[in-house]
Structure formats: structure tokens, C-alpha cells
Design a protein around this ligand. Structure first.
Ligand SMILES: Cc1cc2nc3c(=O)[nH]c(=O)nc-3n(C[C@H](O)[C@H](O)[C@H](O)COP(=O)(O)O)c2cc1C
Length: 203
């Protein structure tokens, strides 16, 4: 089928936590992939509110050091122990893509189209997810492993990120895609019966 190459990338994208601090492709190719995904992923009314920041090597490690620092400041010791081990795993990878949505663009859209204003946050999340998926699948197709994280639940970390990497105040941090050379495979994945999930009428 014409869609086979596309689905090969879709099926090849998995959550991989065992990652090393190397990359099978040059940094320029990683950048090219993120640029392509951000440029071509769809958005509501073509608002193009998606933003991305690529952190590599020391800059990536700096992000996860800050995450640990703010986890320690905010959460009880037993949670810090659990999350600390996970964060050490993310830090050991090669890079992270931080995904944002530009609130200024979304606010302008809400002003322009008042009737859809109540839906814009939901559509922004949908659009951000499409961007994240495109980068995740493309990096996987290039031989990188990746996993998706959401440490944006820590407001001081979000503020630190904006200060450290000179990010506009209105950019809303949505997620972090951690990537590196896989040193292990994905976990076994089970599937609910698709017949219960997809219905067809009028065939
Ligand atoms: C919207 C969304 C949010 C997710 N958040 C996290 C997360 O915060 N941490 C994490 O380790 N995995 C996260 N995941 C990964 C899922 O757990 C994973 O995609 C799911 O278990 C299926 O496994 P697969 O990615 O290997 O297909 C998220 C996935 C999606 C789509």
C-alpha cells in the first residue's frame, strides 16, 4: 500500500527509556527533523502556534539537573527517590526537544474568531500532540530511541527554562521528548481489541 512507508514510521515509534548519550545521526539532521515537523504539522486556522527548543548534550543535562533540583524542593523524599531514578535515566540520554505553544498566537486567534475561543486550548493541545508525534516518529525512523515526559507540572522549572534559554514569557511548555541511542528495546505492548475501538458504517 502507498501508506506502508508512513505506517512503518508509525509502528517504529515506541517509548524507549534505555538511552545513551550518543546519536546515530548528526545534530544538523536532528534539527532538520524538528524544523520540518514544526513547519508542516497542521494547526487550527493555520495559527502555527507550535514552538520547539532542542537541547543537546550539556544543555540537555542542564535541563534534567534543574528538573531534579525543583523536584527535590517541591516533593517528599520517597517521591524524589522514585522520580530521581527516572530523571537520572533521562539525563543519561543525548538530548531533549521541549515543545511549547505560543499563547500570544492563540490569544490573537481567539480575538479574531470569538465563536471558537472556548475550543482553542483543546485544539492547541491537539496540534501540539501532532507536532510531538511527528518528531517522535521521525527520530525513531532515524534510529534514535525516545520517550515523552511532562515535567511542566513544576512552575519553578518552567520559569528556569524561560530564563536559561531566553524563551518568550508567553510560550507554554507542553512536554519534553527525551532521545538518544537505544541501549534496550521498548516494553512489551498489549492492545485492546480494535474491533471495539473502530466502527465502520456504510461499507
Ligand atoms: C499524551 C501522552 C502523554 C504521555 N506522558 C508520558 C509521561 O509523562 N511519561 C512517560 O514516561 N510516558 C508518557 N507517555 C508515553 C505512554 O506511556 C506510551 O506512549 C504508552 O504506554 C504506549 O507505549 P508506546 O509509546 O511504546 O507505544 C505519554 C504518551 C502520550 C501520548
Amino acid at each position: 500500500m502507498a501508506s506502508d512507508p508512513f505506517f512503518s514510521a508509525v509502528l517504529g515509534r515506541r517509548t524507549v527509556y534505555a538511552l545513551s548519550d550518543s546519536s546515530p545521526i548528526p545534530d544538523s539532521r536532528i534539527q532538520e527533523i524538528v524544523v520540518k515537523a514544526i513547519k508542516h504539522s497542521p494547526s487550527t486556522f493555520n495559527v502555527q502556534s507550535a514552538r520547539a527548543v532542542i537541547l543537546l548534550k550539556d544543555e540537555h543535562r542542564k535541563f534534567w539537573d534543574y528538573a531534579l533540583e525543583f523536584i527535590k524542593a517541591a516533593l517528599p523524599e520517597e517521591v524524589v527517590k522514585q522520580l530521581g531514578a527516572r530523571i537520572a535515566g533521562f539525563r543519561a540520554a543525548y538530548g531533549s526537544v521541549l515543545f511549547f505553544e505560543a499563547k500570544a498566537d492563540l490569544d490573537a486567534l481567539a480575538q479574531e474568531h470569538a465563536i471558537v475561543a472556548p475550543f482553542i486550548t483543546e485544539w492547541s493541545d491537539t496540534s501540539s500532540g501532532i507536532n510531538q508525534f511527528a518528531v517522535w516518529a521521525a527520530l525513531s525512523a532515524e534510529g534514535l530511541g525516545a520517550n515523552l515526559q511532562h515535567y511542566n507540572f513544576l512552575p519553578p522549572l518552567v520559569e528556569k527554562v524561560k530564563a536559561e534559554w531566553n524563551i518568550p514569557q508567553d510560550w507554554l511548555l507542553k512536554s519534553q521528548l527525551v532521545f538518544g541511542t537505544p541501549t534496550g528495546g521498548p516494553r512489551e505492548k498489549t492492545f485492546k481489541p480494535v474491533e471495539d475501538r473502530v466502527k465502520v458504517y456504510g461499507q
